[in-house]
Design a protein around this ligand. Structure first.
Ligand code: NAD
Length: 352
């Protein structure tokens, strides 16, 4: 049996991937700081080895008995990266590099890194720049988040050699249910608004393009990279996307899918500028090289999501833990108070 170290394995993608790995007979060790708790591990807690810790201070023994590393940890969106660019750089770039160095030292050959299609962002309003981009396209990410991913990619690619096989997955925006749920991703946000408010909002007229992919397909893309011949994936970047949609079309598709499960909602349009991202990508390379093609459509995923939100009670939509930036801010505030008060309800120790 092969053992995989899953960094960030309690996260939105990580917890689904952990389950998919277990189903295929892999042993799974998770290194996670548990920023969002351990809901994601609810059904698999007794079948994984969990190490609660920070990826920035990982020690060589974390790789004991490990055959491959998948790194889906760190800050995972623009707002959290901008909130604390230093922490973002430390986690997404420096810790990614450090883990790769540990792999090299310990003879762990395969290292798969979660990058992002937001590296391709070209914004809206320039039609001549609105083209489908592939892994060869020139990129120049400016945001803290995408910049840190790109830096990490370059470092990892530079480390590839006969004994070390780094692989980079640039994922589109993910949709679908995960036991560690996020409602701050566009399709999931639409579903949350439809269920809780009866409408969804298209920002900036919904003009932006986005590559999108279901969370289970994203997990299967990692597994395809784990199982592939080294020669096929060493030092390679792969885009992972089911399809590119304009947000306006996405809204219509989500509304239609929801209708199919008895949820009716309006579509509202907000033309105010929101600093929107826009990009579309080709996902042909991963299909050509690994015969991997995502299969879960937005419609199927939305219907599955509604069913699971209801079945497992993920309808406390205003709980801040579903929104990375809200949750991180809250933790910071709480930390400030608790570092002064100590325990919230216990009386302070007086030494009497
Ligand atoms: N969700 C998406 O749409 C999407 C799209 C493209 C790329 N990605 C990338 O995929 C990866 C996973 O995304 P996600 O949606 O599952 O994010 P997430 O925020 O749900 O999960 C990240 C996990 O990493 C853990 N973590 C964060 N910092 C850590 C640290 N310093 N040490 C140890 N653990 C730490 C968190 O506790 C959490 O469990 C991220 O690298 C993200 O940038 C996500």
């Amino acid at each position: 049996m092969r053992k995989v170290l899953l960094v960030g394995g309690a996260g939105y993608v990580g917890s689904v991937l952990a389950e998919e790995l277990l189903e295929r007979g892999y042993a799974v060790k998770i290194l996670d700081r548990l920023y969002y708790g351990d809901d994601g591990l609810r059904d698999i807690r007794d079948r994984v080895e969990l190490v609660v810790g920070d990826m920035r201070t990982a020690q060589p023994d974390i790789l004991e008995d490990v055959d491959a590393v998948v790194n889906v940890g760190g800050l995972s969106n623009d707002p959290t990266a901008e909130y604390n660019p230093r922490a973002n750089y430390e986690m997404n770039t420096l810790a990614t590099k450090k883990l790769a160095e540990l792999c090299k030292q310990q003879g762990v050959r395969r290292y798969i890194f979660a990058s992002s299609c937001s590296i391709y962002d070209r914004g809206v309003g320039n039609d001549f720049r609105d083209v489908i981009q592939d892994e060869e396209s020139e990129v120049a990410p400016k945001a803290a988040y995408s910049g840190s991913k790109w830096e990490a990619e370059k470092i990892l690619l530079g480390m590839a050699d006969q004994d070390f096989c780094p692989v980079i997955l640039r994922k589109g925006t993910i949709y679908g249910f995960s036991p560690r749920m996020r409602y701050d991703l566009v399709v999931n946000t639409f579903v949350k608004f439809a269920l809780s408010q009866g409408y969804i909002t298209l920002h900036y007229g919904g003009e932006m393009w986005r590559p999108l992919v279901d969370v289970r397909d994203a997990a299967r893309a990692y597994i395809a990279c784990l199982q592939a011949d080294e020669e096929a994936v060493r030092g390679q970047i792969f885009n992972v996307s089911y399809q590119n949609y304009r947000i306006s079309e996405l809204g219509l598709r989500v509304r239609e899918a929801l209708r199919g499960v008895g949820v009716n909602c309006d579509i509202r349009v907000d033309y105010g500028y929101k600093g929107v991202r826009s990009y579309r990508v080709s996902a042909q390379k991963i299909d050509r090289v690994l015969f991997f093609r995502p299969k879960v459509s937005v419609e199927e995923s939305v219907q599955d999501m509604v069913e699971k939100i209801r079945r497992y009670g993920y309808d406390d939509f205003e709980n801040p833990k579903y929104y990375n930036i809200r949750w991180m801010r809250l933790l910071e505030e709480a930390h400030k108070v608790i570092s002064i008060t100590g325990s919230v309800f216990d009386a302070p120790q007086t030494g009497e």
